[in-house]
Design a protein. Structure first.
Ligand SMILES: NC(=O)c1ccc[n+]([C@@H]2O[C@H](COP(=O)([O-])OP(=O)(O)OC[C@H]3O[C@@H](n4cnc5c(N)ncnc54)[C@H](O)[C@@H]3O)[C@@H](O)[C@H]2O)c1
Length: 135
């Protein structure tokens, strides 16, 4: 079955482990070119050995400067971008509101909310341009 994925250029955030890695592998299996980022350097080193076709950058999605570098890397490597998989997120703290450490709360919002914004704002125009060129 042709899913229209062959040669798509895909960026998966938090792609060195968990669900993100499986998404990255599924895209590669369908013929896409995939770049991932992750905050975990050890997981990225393991990925380079296990999945050498998947290119990578170390990046914490909550850090706007790191995200800017990530997009620079990904665009240079993939020569454009068709798909962003905004996968990075953490479960965050659970418990009674007065027992949650404010630093943990802030970290969760920085990754789960601001991290999504940081990546999406850079991806939309690039992906829209790529779509126009493909159609
Ligand atoms: N696993 C579940 O049951 C479940 C359920 C609902 C939603 N989700 C969401 O799906 C996504 C993936 O879940 P998962 O279970 O694979 O997560 P996971 O905890 O296994 O983490 C996957 C990867 O995220 C990376 N990561 C963490 N913080 C990061 C950051 N700031 N920047 C870049 N990379 C970072 C980790 O290093 C890891 O390699 C998350 O957004 C999660 O909230 C998961």
């Amino acid at each position: 079955m042709n899913l229209g994925i062959r040669n798509l250029r895909v960026l998966v955030t938090a792609g060195a482990g968990g669900i993100g890695l499986e998404i990255a592998r599924a895209f590669v299996a369908e013929g896409a070119r995939v770049h991932v980022c992750d905050v975990d350097a050890k997981a990225l080193r393991a990925l380079a050995k296990s999945d050498p076709k998947i290119t990578q950058s170390k990046c914490d999605v909550s850090d706007r400067k790191q995200v800017a570098r990530l997009f620079k890397d990904a665009l240079a490597t993939l020569k454009g971008l068709d798909v962003l998989v905004n996968n990075a997120g953490i479960a965050g703290p659970t418990g009674k509101v007065d027992a949650i450490a404010p630093e943990e709360w802030d970290r969760c919002l920085a990754i789960d909310i601001t991290g999504q914004f940081n990546c999406t704002r850079l991806a939309v125009r690039i992906c829209a341009r790529a779509r126009t060129l493909r159609s």
